[in-house]
Design a protein around this ligand. Structure first.
Ligand code: AMP
Ligand code: MG
Length: 407
């Protein structure tokens, strides 16, 4: 059986990232949160834009104050006051200074700022009690970045910090990768919508809600195709439609070896390239992965725990890689102590629901408390981590380290 690692490599190899020319759109800066930058940002401005003061104080000529001492202050004449946002009007000549505030433009003639705490003001004169360093507290035009420099590389997610940089560079809109389109369908005769009264044998299709939410969190645009019966003709029509209209299709259910599991046959009849039908993991063994050219098909098991675990483990990095992220799309594992006892049959790579919680400032893994049957979907609630027991590992003792997939 295919190992998790090989399954992951197969999937990630099949992912074709969005194109940085064809798959790009412009969005307003305030709508750009969590989008992926498609084009590097080149500044048309110097940063700082002009020489300015890093302190509240006095703009002076260094030569005038280089001999200043506490017991022998230098006295200068204050010829102008320059708050932030004003263009200085006066050139500072020998023996003169300008009152200046943080962020305000340096006046011509001055080259150094003396902080106000090292001075004493008397009407239009200022006493300087300390010799500053040459150019002290002056932020020089273009010291940080010059016009023409790249200030943001392509392929990064836009968060508050990057959006601040874009705004400072004078951008109103930004070019980002379009959202990957993900079609979601739930396969099973027993499935109904949450508002429906359950007849004997029926259950609510919770998977479409779980997957739609997760996909939107990952920045995808979701096409919800609803509940499809275990019936090959309809299934074939819907999958054909989904493939035509999405980059990635995710179905849940119908991938096992039961008489009513039609996903494999349907994919085969649609001439998909089927890469694998099962993975050595638990939960999630009957995971099916196929491609139609550049389009990806994930046939996840119907069991809600298996569906989410396989989605976290395999679909999430695939979507991130497709979305244009230059790096950081791989699954993130951390090694922490387990505060719970964990068990596996040792035959499969085993994923155990739980959470990372802080114990004296250090993260530990704690297993979900409910019944750990894979059919218990209530255990999914408040899960933020999966402990991973490799093949051959049957037991993790409390206090022992374990690898954890942070969700
Ligand atoms: P299957 O993969 O179709 O054999 O389904 C495995 C288990 O998951 C069965 O108990 C199904 O009733 C259940 N199941 C299948 N699809 C869903 C769904 N969309 N939402 C919730 N449970 C499901
Ligand atoms: Mg089924």
């Amino acid at each position: 059986m295919l190992s998790v690692r090989d399954a992951e490599a197969t999937i990630l190899n099949a992912v074709k990232p969005l194109d940085n020319q064809l798959d790009v759109e412009f969005v307003d800066l305030l709508m750009a949160n969590n989008r992926i930058l498609a084009t590097p940002v080149i500044s048309s401005l110097d940063f700082p834009h002009w020489d300015n003061s890093a302190m509240d104080g006095y703009a002076v000529r260094y030569a005038d104050v280089q001999q200043a001492r506490a017991d022998k202050p230098i006295v200068l004449q204050v010829v102008e006051e320059i708050p932030a946002g004003y263009e200085p009007q006066v050139t500072i000549k020998p023996g003169q200074a300008a009152r200046i505030f943080t962020g305000a433009m340096m006046p011509p003639g001055a080259n150094t700022v003396v902080m106000q705490e090292k001075t004493h003001r008397q009407e239009n004169r200022v006493f300087v009690f300390i010799a500053p360093q040459p150019q002290e507290f002056v932020r020089r035009k273009g010291d940080f970045y010059q016009a023409g420099n790249e200030i943001l590389p392509a392929g990064i997610p836009l968060t508050a910090s990057e959006i601040a940089v874009l705004a400072a560079a004078g951008r109103e809109q930004v070019s980002v990768f379009r959202r990957p389109r993900v079609a979601i369908l739930s396969v099973g005769d027993e499935l109904v919508m949450p508002e429906q009264l359950l007849k004997p044998g029926q259950i609510v299709d919770s998977n479409q809600y779980a997957l739609a939410t997760l996909m939107r969190e990952l920045g995808a645009e979701v096409l919800l195709l609803g509940i499809i019966q275990d019936e090959p003709t309809t299934l074939q029509e819907i999958i054909d439609y989904a493939i035509a209209n999405a980059d990635i299709v995710i179905s849940t259910g119908g991938v096992s070896v039961g008489d009513y599991d039609y996903i494999y046959k349907t994919l085969a009849s649609l001439a998909a390239k089927i890469h694998f039908r099962s993975v050595q993991m638990r939960p999630g063994k009957p995971l099916t992965f196929a491609t139609f050219g550049n389009k990806l098909y994930f046939g996840l098991p119907g069991n809600p725990v298996s569906a989410l675990v396989t989605c976290w483990r395999f679909v999430k990095p695939a979507i991130k890689k497709m979305s244009g992220l230059a790096k950081g799309w791989e699954s993130k594992f951390v090694k922490v102590k387990s505060s719970s006892e964990l068990q596996s049959n040792g035959k499969m790579e085993t994923y155990i629901l739980g959470k990372l919680h802080l114990v004296n400032g250090v993260y530990q893994f704690q297993k979900s408390e409910g019944n750990d049957s894979s059919g218990n979907l209530i255990n999914l609630a408040q899960t933020n981590a999966l402990a991973v027991l490799p093949v051959g590992k049957t037991f993790v003792y409390p206090g022992e380290e374990v690898l954890v997939l942070h969700l």
